[in-house]
Write a protein that binds this ligand. Sequence first.
Ligand SMILES: Nc1ncnc2c1ncn2[C@@H]1O[C@H](COP(=O)(O)OP(=O)(O)O)[C@@H](O)[C@H]1O
Ligand SMILES: [Mg+2]
Length: 506
Amino acid sequence: MKKEDEITKEFLENVLESMDGGVFAIDKNGRITLFNRSAEEITGFKREEVLNKECCHILKSDLCKEKCPLKEVLEIGKPVFNYEIMIATKAGNKVPVNITTSPLRSSNNEIIGAVENFRDLTKHKGLWGKLRQERNKAQQYLNIAGVIIVAINDEGIVSLINREGCDVLGYKEEEIRGKNWCDLCVPERMRKERKDTFKKVMAGEKKEIEDYENSILTKSGEERIIAWHNTTLTDDKGRIIGTLSSGKDITQRKQTEEELNRSEKLVSLGQLAASVAHEVNNPLAGIMIYIKLFLKKYKEKKLQAENTEKQLLKMEKELDRTTRIIRNLLDFARQSEPNIRPVDMNKVLEAALLLVGHQISLENIKLEKKSEAHLPLILADFDKIQQVLINIIMNAIQSMPDGGNLTIATSVVKGIRIGELPKDAVRIEIRDTGVGITKENMSKLFTPFFTTKEKGKGVGLGLSVVHGIIEQHNGKIIVDSEPNVGTTFSIYLEVMDEKKDKNTRR
Ligand SMILES: Nc1ncnc2c1ncn2[C@@H]1O[C@H](COP(=O)(O)OP(=O)(O)O)[C@@H](O)[C@H]1O
Ligand SMILES: [Mg+2]
């Protein structure tokens, strides 16, 4: 009898070992009690490594966390057929398998565990092969796209990246896929913040910002500036499972823009310096005269308390104004870091006028200011918008060599189309009664180095800088002009959405 048992056992083991499909058995606690040769081949584990271990710790299938098929089988006492899952191999690769789980019964029909038999689907031709073909085709489409395309799963792991992405980052595809995006490609100083935001986006606590610019870190340690467009990916039940982003490398454009800004700034500084010097010189000369007068009276012991106080106060006021002008000029000259914050357009206008005001009166121009009180704030870089206003006002001044009227008005406009959607915006209009712009020149206005001015007066960069800055702010410029009548520049910048701003700014 015993002998027969052994023969049967040997026979069964041989059958299991010769089977093409992977087979393993588990007890009621999910511990592996049997593991055949094919299972070893598919998973890369040796039998002795897995026996008595819980199967979920070994195969780490995507189902283990949610709905263990083993438990289901133990509960319902019936097999679960042909479901497809990904399991992990010993080397950490993921393999798609088709599994059937059946209850394992003792001789008295009691359920004592389960048997799983599974097939490696990557080896399967047919459907799986077709799927792979489709995937390869999709990858080819992605590869010819001239933008970076990257998909990141809910754990921050790169699940897909196209050729442009690899090229910009300097990695091979296999060096990025399966790695944590933030650890590999986000510069260290921004990593923690980016990870936190991503976590919140995955948890559904925060919406991913659709468009933003930030830097990535390439393999060589260089940083590139990328303009991203993002969407969150959801499964068929609406759960967030990752993000899909496309990005364009705009490093070169940014550098050119910065260079343009710098050269234009030098030009406007040159032009401003003369008029500012004048503006500062006058009060200083006045103060000098007072001081001489005081000294004379002091020596003659003729100082009168009341008059002296009045004159000292006047001197203080003048000095205060000169200090402000100089500080403003220095601020303007400084190469400042981009600094986006809530800004009041009227304040920017005041700062700009402090620098160009004297030029206006010097050129026999009448300035009329119509600023709307209590303007809503805009999200902007104060210094850059100040530069925009200075460039446009200087052009207006230069267009009226024989004097004229300069009207500057700020206001709110509701529902103006900026980009795709109608939005509320702050408008600033700068109107001159100058020479105007011919139809022919109208289309060239914003091209770098276009100028109608003589050497020394203009280099043709002012308006291209204006254009660059307004574009960075997602704003809009409209020019309206009639030769010999005058020109109006209108700038629209979106009103800051305070609610949205609090939630999404990083
Ligand atoms: N307010 C204006 N009135 C008439 N022409 C203007 C005005 N603003 C700009 N332009 C025209 O646009 C050109 C380009 O301006 P800009 O880019 O500031 O360069 P620049 O002032 O150095 O010439 C000017 O040379 C001028 O022909
Ligand atoms: Mg100019």
